[in-house]
Design a protein around this ligand. Structure first.
Ligand SMILES: *Cc1c(COP(=O)(O)O)cnc(C)c1O
Length: 484
């Protein structure tokens, strides 16, 4: 067994080529036959860990042996997000061009902390994020930065909002300052938990987040927001930011951003819009309206790794106030000083991380490979499939739909006609239905709660999902629901 012909070197080029082809062949087959595996992993807790040695090997091993163990021990512990029957959470998929871009990015191993540590990393990030921004119809005043996830993007948004609102926060912090009032962030009761985490991290505490009630279609009530801000102001609490959501996590509802933006501008409060999942739908002209009012936001996040076929992870963050973000985070050690600073952007100045992966490469390749037209047709098809599924639910007397379907997620539950049900009974019934569905290995769905009701969610968003997969899911749902 030869690991390397030189004791100090990397894998030799010949082995790399041979094993590289083998890996590409594996991936090609995986993409061609994603249904070879059960969609949700069937391993038990600890099973993967116990199948592996407790310690790393003393002597290097051949790559083909390692690859065999990948297939034998690791793949069974994978839940297949690429499976066309993956309808849980937000269905996503990587894509061929995205995977190839990741290989190149890994090969270059470029770390983009400074412009000079790879000008292309910085400049392609500017270009790819501005392409995406323009496709979504957002104004050019928004400058883009790529982070790993929407959670990180929202954290940076709120850190920037704090920088803008709290005098001297960068130097003096928040702790023990008698001169500071309490601060508040507002979001709807349907906003993502990343907003909660961000308020914890920026030092205003979880109590510093106020959840605004939603209307019957799960959208933030602007009047309730207004009233909450007024009440807080009377109590001496200073509004720091409002987070509106376009495409909430449970139902994909759309907050009335225009009305919220109006309140924020009147109150002088930072508006961050979380459209992590749904924002890309605005690439379709008939969906442009979902971002109405977002042009007035201070910052926006959209996740190409959600519904734009980008291998995890890549979150696009936009702000009209890049100077504030940089004011919050720029800090240059002597060893990072460069003569071109000032004339270029250094990515390290735009956030917590020093080092940056070359993520823009995959976004650029994906936008080029599919083109705006190709993206529109794919997103449009996902929404058509979701509406089709919703129509089946609506027509069936033993099922009910519990939320509108603005995009590609359907919230529904089994509720057979002909008797009265308590909420507890319905929860047990639907939880069992969900467990049985997911045990088939053919589909994977998840759930949420709406107004205390247990709800199943079917999310379409995978490049490999076709109408027959959605039909099959509906067949299984009806079969398994009628069996108990
Ligand atoms: C998925 C999602 C998030 C969290 O995304 P991460 O990138 O995993 O942090 C936040 N907000 C919304 C609306 C989402 O759909």
């Amino acid at each position: 067994m030869i690991v390397s012909d030189k004791p100090f070197g990397d894998m030799d080029p010949e082995t790399f080529r041979r094993e590289g082809y083998r890996v590409v062949d594996w991936i090609a087959r995986y993409f061609a036959e994603p249904e070879r595996y059960p969609v949700m992993s069937r391993v038990k807790p600890g099973e993967v860990r116990c199948a592996l040695p407790a310690a790393a090997p003393e002597r290097g091993e051949a790559f083909d042996e390692i690859l065999q163990d990948f297939e034998r021990l690791i793949v069974p512990g994978i839940t297949h997000w690429n499976h066309p029957g993956f309808f849980a959470y937000f269905a996503i998929s990587g894509s061929g061009p995205g995977v190839l871009a990741e290989m190149l990015s890994a090969a270059l191993n470029a770390q983009g902390m400074l412009w000079r540590t790879s000008p292309s990393v910085t400049e392609l990030e500017e270009v790819a994020t501005s392409w995406l921004r323009d496709l979504m119809g957002l104004p050019a005043a928004f400058q883009g930065v790529i982070y790993d996830t929407a959670s990180t993007s929202t954290l940076h948004a709120l850190a920037a909002a704090r920088e803008a609102a709290v005098p001297g926060v960068r130097r003096e912090g928040m702790v023990g300052r008698r001169d500071l009032p309490r601060h508040r962030v507002y979001c709807s009761e349907h906003a993502h938990s990343s907003v909660d985490k961000a308020t914890i991290l920026i030092g205003i505490g979880h109590d510093g987040l106020r959840k605004i009630p939603a209307d019957e279609a799960f959208r933030m009530r602007p009047h309730a927001l207004e009233a909450a801000i007024a009440e807080d102001r009377r109590a001496g609490i200073v509004p720091l930011a409002v987070v509106a959501t376009v495409g909430t996590t449970s139902t994909t509802s759309v907050d009335p951003v225009e009305a919220i933006a109006e309140i924020c501008s009147r109150e002088g409060v930072w508006l961050h819009v979380d459209c992590a999942y749904a924002g890309v739908a605005a690439i379709i002209p008939e969906y442009r309206h979902i971002l109405r009012g977002v042009d007035r936001a201070d910052s926006v996040v959209v996740n190409p790794h959600k519904w734009l076929f980008t291998p995890f992870d890549l979150s696009a963050f936009y702000t009209r106030r890049m100077d504030v973000l940089v004011g919050a985070f720029a800090l240059t050690s002597e060893y990072l000083r460069t003569s071109e600073a000032g004339a270029v952007r250094n990515l390290m100045d735009t956030g917590v991380q020093l080092g940056r992966r070359f993520r823009a490469l995959k976004l650029w390749m994906i936008l080029r490979y599919f083109g705006a037209e190709g993206i529109r047709s794919r997103l449009g098809e996902h929404m058509r499939l979701a509406r089709l599924f919703a129509s089946w639910v609506d027509e069936h007397p033993d099922f009910e739909r519990l939320a509108p379907v603005p995009f590609s997620v359907v919230c529904f539950r089994s509720k057979p006609k002909g008797r009265e049900w308590t909420e507890d009974e319905l929860e047990t019934r639907n939880q069992q239905l969900l467990d049985r569905l997911n045990a088939t290995g053919e589909v994977f769905l998840s759930h949420t709660k709406l107004d205390g009701r247990f709800v199943l969610r079917l999310a379409v968003g995978n490049l490999r999902t076709e109408e027959r997969h959605v039909r099959r899911a509906w067949e299984l749902i009806q079969q398994l629901a009628s069996r108990h």
